[in-house]
Design a protein around this ligand. Sequence first.
Ligand SMILES: Nc1ncnc2c1ncn2[C@@H]1O[C@H](COP(=O)(O)OP(=O)(O)OP(=O)(O)O)[C@@H](O)[C@H]1O
Ligand SMILES: [Mg+2]
Length: 250
Amino acid sequence: MPDPILPLQADQIGKTYRQGATTIHALRHVSLTVEQGEFVAVMGASGSGKSTLLHAIAGLIDVDAGRVVIAGQDLSLLTDRALTKFRRSRLGIVFQSHNLLPSLSAEDNIRLPAESTENLDQEIDDLLDRLRLSARRNHKPAALSGGEQQRVAIARALICNPAILLADEPTGSLDSVTGAEVCRHLRELVDDQQRSIVMVTHEPHVAMWADRVVVLKDGNNLAEFVTDGRRDPQSLAKEYHQTLEGEVVR
Ligand SMILES: Nc1ncnc2c1ncn2[C@@H]1O[C@H](COP(=O)(O)OP(=O)(O)OP(=O)(O)O)[C@@H](O)[C@H]1O
Ligand SMILES: [Mg+2]
């Protein structure tokens, strides 16, 4: 049987920034593979390369080394134009600040990236329902709470049925209760719909919702561990800090 097509295969990604005489190795040799229906958290200290990795996977920056393959498509083989099209149709991206259009309602923000198809209204209804936003569909972003805005951003990222959802600190601007609610929604998307997610976070109580935690240090893969569905922020924090301190290296 042929191997199933993986949502994401990033192999040996390297990215260097030059600023005057200084060279910053944002990513040295980072690899990350995600299976269908897998939720991966990427952790690491500030400056360890987490956002750079996510941007490289999203094709938002050119990499100097390695390759990113999304759902079987090697991003380096696409022209700029084809990459933009591919990104719109196959990738869902959520950032810390949600970048919703203030003049559009929740529903129209979600509709914005979608191609008009026969089933679109039904798909929007389903997403609004799934993310408990049905009662808020006509509200503009300014009339939504931070958590609701972030859920709209997630729905918008999902409307094109992406191969993978990429999220950079999606709960970073939310209080812990609202953040947990957003995480629970992400978890449900994986459990109920076999979505595949890569989420960058600093916080153990956010990472605990993932299946697997990948730790970056200085632009390298330092280690990874599975969460075993424990949802236990204390033990995850311990494992993460031990990893960073070099007590446990796997
Ligand atoms: N456009 C850029 N130009 C120059 N250096 C950059 C650029 N983007 C990132 N860097 C550098 O690359 C390194 C990795 O940055 P990155 O943003 O990936 O870190 P991060 O792990 O996401 O950090 P944080 O947790 O603070 O968001 C840092 O040293 C950063 O200063
Ligand atoms: Mg970052």
